[in-house]
Each structure stands twice: as C-alpha cells, then as structure tokens.
Design a protein around this ligand. Structure first.
Ligand code: CMP
Length: 215
C-alpha cells in the first residue's frame, strides 16, 4: 500500500510527552514511526532507563502482539510524532502477506538483540571510563557522519548517561578526560570522535589496566 494510503487508514498524530503505552499493560496494537521520535523506556527501582529512541521508519509494540505477553517496556512521544497504529489482525495479515515486511521485521529484531548484547557487555564493565568509551566506540560502528574533524555523532551527554545507566556527572567527567586527551570534542549537535581507532585503542588500554592494575 502506498504511504499516503497507509497514513489515511492507520495514521495518527501525537504530541510530545504523550504516553502511548506503559510497561506491563496488555498490547492492543503496534506502531510504525513516520515522523518524530518515540522513547522506549523502563523504570528500574524508580530510575528511568531508556532502551531506545526510535525515529522514522522504525517500529515498536510488536513484541506483545507477537507473543501475547504484556508490554515489555513503556513508550512515550519524545518529539511530536506521526505514527501508524496497526491492530494485531492487520499486522499479522501484513507479515503473512508480504515476505519483505517479514524479513525487515526479523532483521530489526536481530539488530535489537545485538544492541542488547552490547548493553549487557557495557553493564559488565566496572569503571566509568570503560563504560563511556565502550559505548562511544560501539555506537561509532553503527552511526555518525564523517566530517573533516572526525566522526560526528548526534548524541547528547544525557543520551549517553541514560543509555549506559550512569548519572550525567560521571559521564561528564569521563568526557572531559577524553577531550583533554584529544580523543573527542563536544559540538552543538553532539560529539565528534577524532579518530575511532585511537578511541578503541584507549578502550583496550583501559581493559589492560583493569586486568593488571596500575604498574
Ligand atoms: P512490546 O513489548 O509490545 O512493548 C514495548 C516495546 O518496546 C516492545 O514491544 C518493542 O517493540 C520495544 N522494545 C523493547 N525492548 C527494546 C529495545 N531494547 N530496543 C528497542 N525497542 C525495544
């Protein structure tokens, strides 16, 4: 179906801050982001942990529909969004009737699993330096645009802190060390990694230090 036809039938607009659904509720529909952003989050001991910020072309809310389980996380509109809101019957008919949609779904689920594995690896690192550097070097492999100064990532310190489950202050401290070592730079739109390979070497150095201690 053409995009405008899909929007006519399933499209809805949601304001910033709108709670689309909450962790633990029964799933009644799945969503495809056409524009804007949606935050997928979970409260762990009263602290909000952001699992993902989803943008145009991405979907969410399919898990509880596929496996008939309660919502695994909450979804809130982060930036005013146009979403396709698709009921379970239509979703199943789309997947059954279109192999391309099914393959995209599987690929997306595989990517999500990979990202979750990265997050687990990150959470197992003990020191803050390693957590921040590990996160930056992994995200550098997946996104960013090359500029004369290095790889520009559209990510804020708050995003980094939320993703790795640290407060802003320790993330700030590590970033300042990385800036002093000329590994990264903060810009208006995010972070520039001057040389991704050097950042990876720095992570290896931190891992060695963790293993052997300061000599
Ligand atoms: P569902 O369990 O129906 O509701 C919460 C949704 O958040 C879930 O479906 C997925 O679509 C999405 N979701 C859950 N975990 C993640 C994750 N780690 N990354 C991105 N999206 C997720």
């Amino acid at each position: 179906m053409a995009d405008d036809k899909l929007y006519e039938r399933f499209g809805r607009e949601f304001p910033k801050g709108h709670a689309l659904f909450k962790d633990g509720e029964a799933g009644k529909e799945m969503f495809v982001v056409q524009s804007g952003k949606v935050r997928i989050h979970k409260n762990v001991r009263d602290v909000e942990k952001v699992l993902a910020i989803l943008g145009p072309g991405e979907f969410f809310g399919e898990m509880s529909i596929l496996n008939n389980k309660p919502r695994s996380a909450s979804a809130t509109v982060e930036e005013p969004a146009r979403l396709l809101v698709i009921d379970p019957k239509t979703f199943e008919a789309m997947v059954r009737g279109n192999a391309e949609i099914a393959v995209r779904l599987i690929k997306k689920l595989a990517t999500r699993l990979q990202e979750t594995d990265d997050q687990i690896e990150n959470l197992l690192l003990r020191d803050h330096n390693s957590r921040v550097v590990h996160f930056l070097s992994h995200i550098a492999a997946k996104q960013g645009s090359q500029t004369a100064e290095g790889l520009q990532l559209e990510i804020t310190l708050k995003d980094i802190a939320q993703k790795i489950g640290l407060e802003i202050e320790p993330v700030n401290e590590v970033m300042n060390k990385l800036i002093r070592s000329r590994l990264v730079k903060l810009t208006e739109s995010g972070v520039v990694i001057h040389d991704v390979n050097k950042l990876r070497e720095f992570l290896e150095f931190l891992e060695m230090k963790e293993k052997f201690g300061d000599i």
